[in-house]
Design a protein around this ligand. Structure first.
Ligand SMILES: NC(=O)c1ccc[n+]([C@@H]2O[C@H](COP(=O)([O-])OP(=O)(O)OC[C@H]3O[C@@H](n4cnc5c(N)ncnc54)[C@H](O)[C@@H]3O)[C@@H](O)[C@H]2O)c1
Length: 391
C-alpha cells in the first residue's frame, strides 16, 4: 500500500478484516506500506498491521513477493505509481478519482488493458458501490422494479472548509488534486448513479464556484484535518472549485441533477441519491446507510407509500457474512466489501469493477463539467471513452 493516512487507514482496516469475514479463494497478507516520513510510516505500519514499511514506493514494485499494489495517495501520484505497478505485473487497486487529468486516466486505462491480457487486474476504489443498500438499489433497477428511469437527484455535501481560515491543504490545490469538490465527492455520486441506473451521463451544463480564494498555508494535514502555524501564516491561492452543481442527461433518457459542495454548512458527509422511475422510486442516504426507501407504484393505491427496507438480511448483498438481521454495519464495511470483490476477481481471474476504463469515463464527465462551467454553463457533451491511448 502507498499512503497511510485517511484512505490508508480505511483500506488497512479492510485488508485486515476481509479474510476473517468472507470465505475467499486467496488470503491477503499485508506485506509493505509506503509513506514519505520514516517515523510516521513506521508508526503507521505498526498501528495498521503491516509487516514492514518503506519510504520509496518503488520498493513495492521491485519485490517479487508482492502481488497487489493499493494506491492511497493524492491524485498527483496515482498515474506514476499505477503505471509502474502494472508494468511490473502487479494487480492495482487505485483510489478515486482515477487521476488528475483525462490524459493520465487514458494512459492508465491503456496500461490496464495491456496488463489485462497477461492476467493482471485493476480496479478503481469507488467504495460506495459496495454499501449493501446501494448494491440493492442497482438490483431493483436492473430487475425492472422502478420501470423506466426518469429522474436522478444526487447530492454530496460537506462543510469542512466553510471557515476561511481553514488551511490550503492538498485537496484545494489543482496540481495535487485535479479539481475540488467536483473530483473529490462529485466523482462518487457520478459513479454511484451510473452504477445504480446502468446509464451513463452523455452531456452536462454546469456551474462551479470558489467561494474563498486565498487561504493560510498548512503546518500539518491528514485526510480532512489540518492545522496552521499561528495567525501570521503565509497564504496561497485556492486553485480548485469549492462547489460544483450541474444538470445532466443519461443515455437511457433520464434527466439528472448533481450537487457537490464543501460549503454546505452543517452537512458533514451527506451523500443522498433519489431515483424516480415509471413504476417506483428509491432513495439512499449515507447517514442512514443500512436503509433504503422504496416506493412501489404497482401496489394497490390505498397501500402506496415509501417503505423503509432495513438492508441487513442474509439475502441482502454482502450481508450473509456479517451479523444476524438488524445488526447494522457502517462506513468502513464498504471498503471490506471492496477488498472482498477485488481479491475474488484476482484469485479467480476475472476483471473487477469499476475498471480503469469505467473510472476514465467518470473522469471524462468531470472534464465535461469543468469545461461547461468555463464557458458560461453551455451544454457540453461527455467525450466517448473509446480511445484509451497511451500519452
Ligand atoms: N473512497 C473514498 O471514500 C475516499 C475518501 C477519501 C479519500 N479518497 C481518495 O484517496 C486518496 C488519498 O486521500 P486521503 O484522504 O487518504 O489523503 P491523506 O492526505 O489523508 O493521505 C495521503 C497519504 O499519501 C501519502 N503520500 C502522498 N504522496 C506520496 C508519495 N509520493 N509517496 C508515498 N506516499 C505519499 C501521504 O504521506 C499520506 O499518507 C485520494 O485519491 C482521495 O481522493 C477516497
Amino acid at each position: 500500500m502507498v499512503g497511510y493516512a485517511f484512505m490508508g487507514a480505511a483500506h488497512s482496516q479492510a485488508w485486515r478484516t476481509v479474510n476473517r469475514v468472507f470465505d475467499l479463494p486467496a488470503r491477503a497478507r499485508m506485506a509493505l506500506i509506503c509513506g514519505r516520513d520514516t517515523g510516521k510510516v513506521a508508526d503507521a505500519a505498526d498501528r495498521l498491521g503491516w509487516d514492514a514499511y518503506t519510504t520509496d514506493w518503488r520498493d513495492l514494485i521491485n519485490r517479487d513477493d508482492i502481488d497487489v499494489v493499493d494506491v492511497c495517495t493524492p491524485g498527483d501520484s496515482h498515474a506514476e505509481i499505477a503505471l509502474a505497478a502494472l508494468a511490473a505485473g502487479k494487480h492495482v487497486l487505485c483510489e478515486k478519482p482515477l487521476a488528475n487529468t483525462v490524459a493520465e486516466a487514458r494512459a492508465m486505462t491503456a496500461a490496464a488493458e495491456t496488463a489485462r491480457a497477461a492476467g493482471v487486474r485493476s480496479m478503481c476504489g469507488f467504495n460506495y458501490r459496495r454499501v449493501p443498500a446501494v448494491t440493492m438499489m442497482r438490483q431493483l433497477v436492473a430487475d425492472g422494479r422502478l420501470g423506466v428511469i426518469r429522474h436522478v437527484r444526487a447530492t454530496y455535501l460537506q462543510d469542512w472548509i466553510v471557515d476561511p481560515q481553514f488551511p490550503l491543504v492538498w485537496r484545494l490545490q489543482k496540481d495535487r488534486a485535479g479539481s475540488g469538490a467536483l473530483g473529490d465527492i462529485g466523482a462518487h455520486i457520478i459513479d454511484l448513479t451510473q452504477f445504480v441506473t446502468g446509464q451513463r451521463i452523455t452531456g452536462v451544463s454546469a456551474v462551479t464556484e470558489t467561494f474563498v480564494k486565498e487561504r493560510p498555508l498548512p503546518a500539518e494535514s491528514s485526510g480532512l484535518a489540518a492545522t496552521v502555524d499561528g495567525s501570521a501564516s503565509p497564504t496561497g491561492p485556492v486553485t480548485v472549485d469549492d462547489a460544483a452543481v450541474f444538470v445532466a442527461r443519461l443515455d437511457g433518457g433520464a434527466l439528472a441533477t448533481y450537487e457537490a459542495s464543501r460549503f454546505a454548512t452543517g452537512r458533514k458527509n451527506a451523500l443522498r441519491v433519489e431515483i424516480n422511475g415509471s413504476l417506483g422510486s428509491v432513495v439512499f442516504d449515507l447517514e442512514r446507510l443500512n436503509e433504503l426507501e422504496f416506493y412501489d407504484a404497482t401496489r394497490p393505491g390505498a397501500e402506496q407509500g415509501f417503505s423503509k427496507i432495513l438492508v441487513t438480511e442474509g439475502d441482502h448483498p454482502y450481508m450473509s457474512a456479517w451479523w444476524p438481521p438488524g445488526h447494522i454495519i457502517g462506513y468502513e464495511h464498504s471498503f471490506t466489501h471492496e477488498m472482498r470483490d477485488f481479491i475474488e476477481a484476482v484469485a479467480t481471474g476475472v476483471d473487477p469493477a469499476p475498471s480503469f476504463a469505467d473510472a476514465l469515463q467518470v473522469q471524462l464527465v468531470l472534464d465535461a463539467v469543468t469545461r461547461s462551467a468555463e464557458i458560461g454553463s453551455s451544454w457540453t457533451e461527455v467525450e466517448p471513452t473509446l480511445a484509451a491511448v497511451a500519452v
